[in-house]
Design a protein around this ligand. Structure first.
Ligand code: HEC
Length: 96
């Protein structure tokens, strides 16, 4: 996995990316895929990767967090681990 982050789930990043594009990109910027996309009030996925101390534990519980409970997504625990691996592996841009 190449990351020192102990929170990094043992997931399949390719599946996580596919899920993010299908389910999350409508509201969240998930990276270069939709750099200008998403809606204003959401944290971007690259931000989550940059601030794992804030977001790492929120990813596995996102379905219980507003506004997500209204969506009855058919995501499995493995899907959530895959999303977590994908999100936390996104490149973190360094400030100049
Ligand atoms: C309909 C729009 C919408 C979709 C689709 C959506 N989100 Fe969100 N998400 C939001 C909003 C709005 C917030 C900010 C909530 C807040 O700050 O109260 C958010 C926040 C989050 C957070 C941070 C939660 C927190 O408590 O800080 C995570 C993690 C998250 N989303 C993951 C996901 C994942 C993973 C997907 C796809 C499977 C997804 N979201 C799809 C709207 C959406």
């Amino acid at each position: 996995m190449g990351s020192a982050l102990p929170v990094l789930a043992d997931g399949n990043r390719a599946n996580g990316e596919a899920l993010a594009k299908r389910l999350c990109a409508r509201c969240h910027v998930i990276g270069d895929y939709n750099r200008m996309g998403g809606i204003d009030s959401t944290p971007s996925f690259p931000l989550m990767a940059k601030r794992p101390e804030i977001f790492a534990h929120r990813i596995p519980t996102f379905q219980k967090r507003r506004p997500h409970p209204q969506f009855q997504w058919p995501v499995s625990l493995q899907d959530i681990a895959d999303l977590e691996s994908y999100i936390l592996s996104l490149p973190v841009k360094k400030r100049p």
